[in-house]
Design a protein around this ligand. Structure first.
Ligand SMILES: [Zn+2]
Length: 481
């Protein structure tokens, strides 16, 4: 190896200073950068390519489940924003307002959308007239703004990118089916594309979306044992339909209010990928969304070797186009430097091609996750590389599951959570009576919030971890981002 001393020292030690490690990884791998606007970040091309792949994966799933995309205005008139009382109360502290434009004071203030229920549902009240107009299944890809006091790259920035699905249904049952279907789309997407295991569950009343009758979530565990809400799906019952007057003539000739839902996932997921899979060397991109799945590092000492290697790399790239996303690093840096660079940037596979490899008709593939090396005949790369990428995906998913399992504890009292938290963070499964008082007591004592009431794996008999009353459900508690 060539001299690479000092290279990986650019990233803080993950176990020493997790938060510094996280920031270093984002900045050094050029995923994102701070911007001149306080609390807002720039998503750089490497980060945006990752987002585009994630978007494509989600968008295909939304369309496969019958949804179409549309686009609504960034601004929401104050009168619309105020129509659903709980909704506006929940978002009011984070709303930026436009009071002046075009050199004039506006007659009505405009909020910059923190989420689009108000503007979208006001349009739906026009579009939905008969049961024949239902269901209405629309998704929007957009930016939203929430004026956060403390910001954190990807996880909490004042402006972020997301998608928000907003649907209208004839019956309660159809709406609830939609809510759970989309929650499962998020679960399946996270596991299949991001190698990110998640737990599906329902939020407590204290943690649900402002204005929702029920909020469902997929929760992931990060590398420091904290939870990240990876996607949410909301059941609004008829609350928003009443507030925005979305009613329709039903099959029996009666006019009824509709049932609505919304569901969303955002660029926070990128923060989740970094925190779930990254290590002391830097990022580890899940192969299926990685901007570059295979990075070719050409190795040569002189012009003659360079031209032979160049020819081989051209042929490989031609063969593999369409099968895998490839980038060849022809920069002037030494091969050892490039190895470290692409390890840090998390390319799932590196392919080394040198003059000796070319003579032998082979190339050497090195996995980012295990660093395992494998010599592969050049003619067989088109078949073997996608196989290895699948193996990398599976092993990343398995590793993340094993980490979560090792940091999950079943407890019966809030003291047990506090004690364990002194040592290590994680998920705590405990019987909970359902009272917000007990939920608040856990938070006050441990800093852990109620992440969800899981669909699977919970016990329906026990004594509440705080008040010791009979509890017919299990809740998962944890610190969160
Ligand atoms: Zn209790």
């Amino acid at each position: 190896m060539t001299d690479v001393s000092g290279f990986v020292d650019q990233i803080a030690d993950k176990s020493d200073d997790y938060s510094q490690w996280y920031t270093d990884v984002i900045l050094k791998t050029k995923l994102a950068d701070y911007s001149p606007v306080r609390g807002c970040m720039v998503i750089r091309p490497y980060g945006y390519a990752l987002w585009e792949n994630m978007q494509a994966g989600l968008d295909a799933r939304f369309k496969a489940t019958g949804h179409v995309n549309a686009y609504f205005p960034l601004f929401i008139p104050e009168s619309l924003m105020k129509k659903e009382a709980e909704h506006v109360a929940g978002f009011a502290p984070e709303l930026p307002w436009i009071t002046e434009a075009g050199g004039e004071k506006l007659e009505e203030r405009l909020a910059i959308r923190p989420t689009s229920e108000a503007i979208i549902l006001s349009m739906y009240s026009k579009w939905v007239q008969s049961w024949r107009d239902l269901p209405l299944l629309i998704n929007q890809w957009a930016n939203v703004v929430r004026w956060e006091k403390r910001t954190y790259l990807f996880l909490r920035t004042r402006e972020f990118l997301w998608q928000e699905g907003h649907t209208v249904h004839r019956t309660e049952q159809e709406a609830m089916e939609e809510v759970l279907r989309m929650l499962d789309v998020y679960r399946e997407f996270a596991e299949t594309e991001l190698a990110m295991p998640v737990i599906r569950g329902r939020k407590s009343d204290a943690e649900k979306f402002a204005g929702a009758a029920a909020t469902f979530t997929v929760e992931a565990m990060m590398g420091d044992g904290k939870a990240l809400q990876a996607g949410t799906s909301h059941f609004f019952a008829q609350r928003f339909a009443e507030a925005f007057n979305i009613s329709f003539l039903d099959m029996d000739g009666e006019r009824r209010f509709a049932w609505t839902t919304s569901w969303g996932a955002s660029t926070r997921l990128i923060g989740g990928i970094i925190m779930m899979h990254g290590d002391d060397s830097g990022l580890m991109m899940p192969p299926r969304v990685a901007p570059f799945q295979v990075v070719i590092v050409p190795i040569f000492r002189n012009d003659d070797e360079r031209s032979r290697v160049y020819e081989a790399v051209q042929a490989i790239t031609r063969d593999l186009t369409g099968a895998v996303r490839i980038h060849t690093d022809w920069s002037d840096n030494k091969p050892g430097w490039k190895y470290n660079e692409w390890e840090m940037r998390g390319a799932p596979l590196r392919l080394e091609v040198g003059p000796r490899d070319v003579d032998q008709g082979q190339a050497v593939a090195v996995r980012r996750d295990s660093r395992a090396k494998e010599s592969i005949p050049i003619a067989g790369l088109g078949q073997r590389l996608p196989e290895i990428l699948d193996e990398v995906h599976r092993s990343m998913l398995d590793r993340a599951r094993a980490f979560r399992d090792a940091h999950t504890w079943t407890v019966s009292s809030v003291d047990e959570i506090a004690e364990q938290m002194e040592k290590e963070r994680g998920f705590f499964w405990a019987p909970w009576c359902g009272s917000p008082m007990c939920e608040g007591a856990v938070k006050a004592k441990t800093g852990a919030t109620l992440r969800c009431i899981p669909f699977e794996g919970g016990d329906d008999k026990g004594l509440c971890l705080v008040c010791k009353a009979t509890a017919d459900q299990t809740a998962i508690f944890g610190r969160s981002y």
